[in-house]
Design a protein around this ligand. Structure first.
Ligand SMILES: C[C@@H](O)[C@H](N)C(=O)O
Ligand SMILES: C[C@@H](O)[C@H](N)C(=O)O
Lengths: 161, 161
């Protein structure tokens, strides 16, 4: 079944906060996100990959205006749980390709990665769902990334919403 | 605005494949997912967090029946690009909480993490979108996780679809 790519979206108003070397045991993710939620900070992406040596990294994105507040909480939690330093970066853009049709989800993802790779755009983070492939890249490549992805995936026959 | 949690879903038919220490430069994600897509392997989650020392880990999930095929490709790519060993694990379950309403997304995520943490369930991976919080846990906790999340988030007033 063909995948219908319905569009390329991007969000430049995001900053990422990474808490490194979070002990990989129950309850740790809650230690970070309970205060984040209590402070009313809006979170978009949360990404955590598997831990390999008893610890793992936790990254989440917030509106850039909330960077300092989020970093302060992450740094405090880091001290409390013995994690590594928390760090933030605001010069990022989240680019998402929305598609319909599960069977070729891997195909859409592969095309997203190939298209960006061909332009020399490094993919900092990847998070996918059944209908969406999202990547985080350096904000300076925003226009280029959106254009080449649109041309490749939407421009040659895909539908636009 | 309140978040309406519409349900808790789970998928036990997933295996994760992790390619460790992938060089964090343009084109590498494509090197893995092009052959994966070409072999017709259905991919659900793709998770990659930020690289911190020039490399990062790439994890993706496939139906358990495709574990060997996916691991073979990942191992081959690993050799070609100088990444670390590829590994797989099938005893996992992806649990997703679907909610509507962005403002309290962090609140839903925090509640998911707290609820699982309280039961001693370790969260191996996290991937979120605007409407969904997905975690990967050990498959042996499937029934417990779904029950406690449902009771906490859907049982006390949330809507079920
Ligand atoms: C790292 C963090 O996610 C931890 N594994 C937890 O379950 O809370
Ligand atoms: C690790 C991998 O995602 C790499 N950064 C790339 O852009 O392909």
């Amino acid at each position: 079944e063909d995948v219908l790519v319905s569009g390329v979206a991007y969000d430049r108003d995001q900053a990422k906060i990474t808490l490194t070397r979070v002990p990989d045991r129950p309850g740790l993710a809650a230690r970070l996100f309970s205060p984040i939620a209590q402070q009313g900070i809006v979170v978009d992406m949360i990404i955590q990959n598997v831990g390999l040596d008893g610890s793992t990294d936790l990254t989440f994105t917030v509106p850039r205006a909330d960077t300092d507040k989020a970093l302060e909480i992450a740094s405090e939690v880091s001290r409390e749980v013995g994690a590594g330093a928390a760090r933030s970066e605001g010069d990022i853009t989240k680019v998402s390709v929305v598609g319909l049709g599960m069977r070729n989800h891997a195909g859409v993802a592969a095309q997203v990665f190939e298209t960006l790779g061909r332009e020399g755009i490094n993919i900092q983070m990847i998070s996918t769902s059944e209908i969406k492939v999202s990547v985080v890249i350096d904000a300076k490549y925003t226009e280029l990334a959106v254009r080449v992805l649109h041309d490749k995936l939407v421009g040659d026959g895909g539908a636009t919403t």
